[in-house]
Design a protein around this ligand. Sequence first.
Ligand SMILES: [Zn+2]
Length: 68
Amino acid sequence: MKMKMFWNDIELFFYDWYLLHIKKPKCFICGRISTLQNYDGSWICDYHAEVMNEMGLERESREEQLND
Ligand SMILES: [Zn+2]
């Protein structure tokens, strides 16, 4: 159990490192290097992920209205 968690941590560490130093995806809002990816494939920084998360429900209901 402990060993598995250890390897998961290593894997996450290297994935973050790869993103921050090799891939360098940019937040589609502010352009900062980000480690979070949206469902549509765009990248987003921690800060804007939080902002979008809070706005998420509101935006979804607005899109439904537009489709009518
Ligand atoms: Zn951002």
